[in-house]
Ligand binder design. Sequence first.
Ligand code: F0G
Length: 469
Amino acid sequence: MTSEDSLPIIEPFRIKSVEPLRVSTRAERCAWLDAAHGNLFALRSEQVMIDLLTDSGTGAMSSDQWAALMRGDESYAGSPSFFRFERAVREVFGFEHVVPTHQGRAAEHFLFEALVHPGDVVPNNTHFDTTRANVVACGGEPLDLPCPQLADTASREPFKGDIDLEVLERVLTGPRRVPLAMITLTNNAGGGQPASLGNVRAMSELCRRHGVPLFVDACRFAENAWLMRERDPELAGVDVGELVRRTFALADGCTMSAKKDGLANIGGFLGMRDPKLAETVRRAMVVTEGFPTYGGLSGRDLEAVAQGLREVLQEDYLEYRHASVAYVARRLAERGVPVVEPPGGHAIFLDAARFLPHVPRAEYPGQAVASELYLEGGVRACEIGSVMLGAVDAATGAETPAAQELVRLAVPRRTYTQSHMDYVIEVVARVHARRERIGGVRIVESPPVLRHFGAKFRRVRRRGEARVS
Ligand code: F0G
């Protein structure tokens, strides 16, 4: 990693408190994965060496955030911590009405509950799994409209997170009611790819013309803004915070998981311009989430998020963050591993369909790669392919595979060092070197919704593959 003036880019922090990692043996990992029925979500985290399952809630807080915790005021109503939180959200995003929630999916739930009715459709570049499930829970149909370039994981188009505007226009002029449109920044399920400012602007104009509110899924807003500037020559020199304001000025609101670019371990919010919608949400949330000035969070959580939202926009942090993700992706590509290009904001995505071309989609190549990474070196990754996003017909059980078979190595923020990342590169390269002997997996049991969390798997052995358990 090197910066513009050719000095190496380093982690722009030093370590004040450490958390031990337990180094395991291959035999232990085999036994643990068997006991977890092949589901990496069912492992205990002590059984994992490098945990890249998610970048959500797993980052390290700064000393300023830990200090802010002490300022947390735990009053039930009207806590000053809420007003500091509200001010931070208003300053960063520009939304007048701010409703805290315990995490992003609660914000989705209250937004859709207020707006979505049975039979409605909700377009998005790609819905994340909880977003999809929350639309469905209200009787709506989530529509994924990624731009066509996203399908080619090898193409280096800069803005593969864009929404397909032509298809969006057809949906907006079509027969079905569209209560809101969304765009996910960055497009997590689609490889962590950013959307361009031009695309968000065009989407905003289209939505306004059709009287449909536009909400941004803002989880990785700072990473998207950084990549917007990196990849769009017209934005050179624009301050990242200013880019965030320009982007969100185009929207009517946002849902946010502060567990990502809020740099916090828990938290989220709904930001809105419409006072009536805000009132509806505030009334609904008291029943299950909490009073609107804490929304399922403690005062200290609100303080940590308020501080995190400002820290995440620091340029040296964002430069290091993207350099570390790009470093892993580049090294893997050099060793012939099929990675999604160009590297996105928060994760390195492996293209499992190209990694294991001999494994049929019905045998979940992404799940097979993720299992092998764990067995090889205790690295826990997450399948984002047909296990997570494949469509299962409730009546017949027939499956339509997901658009892509990806494995996500999500990098927790400010948590692992470059030597950890070098270890990950080595583990992935070793699995890739023996890919021809790796077979797929079958699902032997699965819950009806969000099945990746609870499914049980059985490995399909290839001829010549060593028995590992
Ligand atoms: N939207 C996106 C794009 C997400 O990535 C997530 C969570 C959510 C919404 C929901 O937020 O977890 O705070 O309720 N993504 C995590 C992940 C879980 O691993 O990507 P939440």
